[in-house]
Design a protein around this ligand. Structure first.
Ligand SMILES: [Ca+2]
Length: 585
């Protein structure tokens, strides 16, 4: 019908000409339709990575924090309960984007630190690894990124001029057509250091709040995306990394909610996790460590509660942004054909960030600071004062939220975030490396609202995206030989099939772990980036089937297993470039 109407419109040409034109146009249309159909089979992919958020911090994994949009994705998708990250920012981002263990893409430590010479610790994303964006772009996807990059070797640079000298490892040079976000590891939400649009450092402008800027730019990308091409968007939220920054109106929603303190809150979350089925009755609620005092003995309850209220607001604001992204997909008619994967880069963060000591009162000089304009690029990582001229304060007693505060929520609340597990970001015990994974895809996932207990890791995201897009992983890219993928596609798990995984490996700052089936061998160093003979023998062994919270160390009971698994860890550490360590050589 469509073709004859077209033919009718060209009524002035000869009958033969008309027939030829009509046939030619018809063939062209058919081939376009076929091409469109083929393209339509390639779904859009959105990978959302949040920062420094623990296993129990979102609603559908047991939190009281309001995350209705993530909960909506979960209730129409799959929640993976045994999904792992690498314990830290840059390594997790490297694994996610390359499908390799972090050391294999040279990102063994952190992109913001002084760079080392050992191949696993160059800490500038290796050009012998390829990103999801690079591969999807080559196969016809439009590629977008918003948020925190943290894969560019900053080598402790102290100025944006130094950082602009080599842009070859900035997002647009690593496969992204469009980028808005920051390059560094930590920054103010009100005024982020290394804020970049495309390939240029930009000032924030007045009224800026980073989480909203990430959400709104993602929405803009979706709205402006040309039809006919699939898209890949990597949304790397900075929430809820310190410093704890949020608008007062959002913090207000959580006012009073944390007056119950960390001991009660941990029990509430644990009970909720059991009800939801994201943990099981084998999961013991681990004890409060000796380094945290009982809530009833805490002398600064109001300040403590405010820290957690602000943290909650930061996650809530991220979730609101995810809601706007979902709405933009709906309005564009793309929601059905889009897979959304949500995960977190490491567990709750116990870094004190100067909150081990009381805040000092402002000096006379600190009260006399001059404002500086909003149209100027921020020159330093943590400026001493805000654009309004207010000195930025740290320490116990500084109320979290505004631009002139710089505090973290500390070990006290991080232990709640990681319920029911032990330890934190940077450690490779379950509290440091466990993340929710939500997989949502109306056209591709039929088991809606289910819980999946297959073991997975960030190295699986690349092969999953490639299988969904129908793209092959190469042996070479841009003339460089590329290491084979370490991960497995999660697509079989979408239809409840088993994943055939042999082992998983972790190393960070000397903390070590290997998981083979249900057995996990794990250790922590006394001092990060040091390794003593005492650390060498610090192995703990857990049966994660019977004891998923790592409470009963079986190392003494099964010495042979410890011997075999630690030998395997050494072997993999060398293959993966986690060793040699660059420290205490
Ligand atoms: Ca992080």
């Amino acid at each position: 019908m469509k073709y004859s109407r077209t033919a009718f419109k060209i009524g002035s040409v000869s009958a033969l000409g008309l027939l030829t034109l009509t046939l030619a146009e018809s063939c062209q249309n058919q081939s376009n339709t076929k091409a469109r159909k083929q393209q339509k089979k390639q779904p859009n992919i959105i990978v959302i990575m949040a920062d420094d958020i623990g296993y129990s911090d979102i609603g559908c994994f047991g939190s009281e924090i309001k995350t209705p949009n993530l909960d909506r994705l979960a209730s129409n998708g799959i929640r993976f309960t045994q999904f792992y990250n690498t314990a830290r920012s840059s390594p997790s981002r490297a694994s996610l984007l390359t499908g390799l263990y972090p050391h294999q893409s040279a990102m063994g430590h952190l992109a913001t630190r002084p760079l080392y010479e050992e191949p696993g610790y160059l800490d500038d994303l290796s050009k012998s690894s390829v990103t999801i964006a690079e591969l999807l772009k080559e196969s016809g996807y439009s590629t977008y990124m918003t948020g925190k990059w943290h894969l560019y070797g900053m080598n402790n640079a102290t100025s944006v001029e130094e950082l602009a000298a080599d842009k070859s490892n900035w997002p647009q040079q690593r496969g992204f057509d469009h980028f808005f976000g920051n390059l560094s590891g930590s920054c103010s939400y009100w005024d982020p250091y290394t804020l970049v649009s495309a390939n240029t450092f930009i000032p924030p402008g007045e009224g800026f709040y980073y989480t909203n800027a990430i959400s709104d730019t993602t929405v803009k990308y979706i709205r402006e995306h040309p039809s006919g091409k699939p898209f890949f968007i990597y949304v790397a939220y900075y929430a809820a990394h310190w410093p704890l920054h949020a608008p007062e109106s959002e913090i207000e929603k959580y006012k009073g909610m944390y007056d119950i303190g960390w001991d009660s809150l941990r029990v509430l979350r644990y009970n909720r996790q059991m009800e939801l089925g994201v943990i099981n009755d084998k999961n013991k609620l681990t004890d409060r460590p000796e380094t945290i005092i009982a809530w009833e003995d805490e002398p600064m309850k109001e300040w403590q509660a405010r820290r957690m209220e602000t943290y909650a607001a930061m996650i809530d604001i991220m979730d609101q942004g995810i809601g706007r992204i979902i709405k933009a997909l709906e309005e564009k008619g793309e929601l059905d054909n889009t897979i959304i994967l949500y995960m977190q880069d490491n567990g709750g963060c116990s870094e004190p960030v100067l909150t081990n000591k009381l805040a000092e009162p402002l000096t006379e000089a600190q009260k006399m600071l001059k404002p500086f304009p909003y149209d100027q690029v921020l020159p330093a990582r943590k400026p001493e004062y805000t654009r309004e001229g207010n000195f930025i304060r740290s320490g116990r007693g500084v109320m979290a939220g505004p631009a002139d505060s710089w505090v973290a929520y500390g070990e006290d609340w991080a232990n709640v975030s990681n319920t029911p597990f032990r330890l934190y970001k940077s450690f490779v015990h379950e509290g440091g490396i466990k993340t929710p994974l939500i997989a949502y895809w109306p056209a591709g996932i039929k088991s809606k609202g289910t819980i999946n207990n297959e073991v997975g890791h960030l190295i699986d995201i690349m092969p999953t995206c490639l299988e969904i897009a129908g793209v092959k992983y190469p042996e070479e890219f841009n003339g460089a030989k590329i290491k084979p993928l370490e991960g497995l596609s999660l697509v079989p798990a979408f239809t409840n099939k088993k994943l055939d995984r042999e082992f998983l490996f972790w190393e960070h700052e000397g903390n070590r772990a290997i998981r083979i089936d249900n057995w996990k061998l794990v250790s922590r160093v006394k001092t990060p980036m040091e390794f003593t003979p005492e650390d060498e023998n610090a192995w703990e062994l857990y049966d994660l089937d019977k004891d998923p919270s790592e409470t009963v160390n079986l190392a003494g009971k099964y010495p042979e297993k410890v011997k075999n698994m630690s030998a395997r860890w050494e072997e993999e550490a060398i293959r993966i470039q986690a060793k040699p360590w660059p420290w205490n050589k």
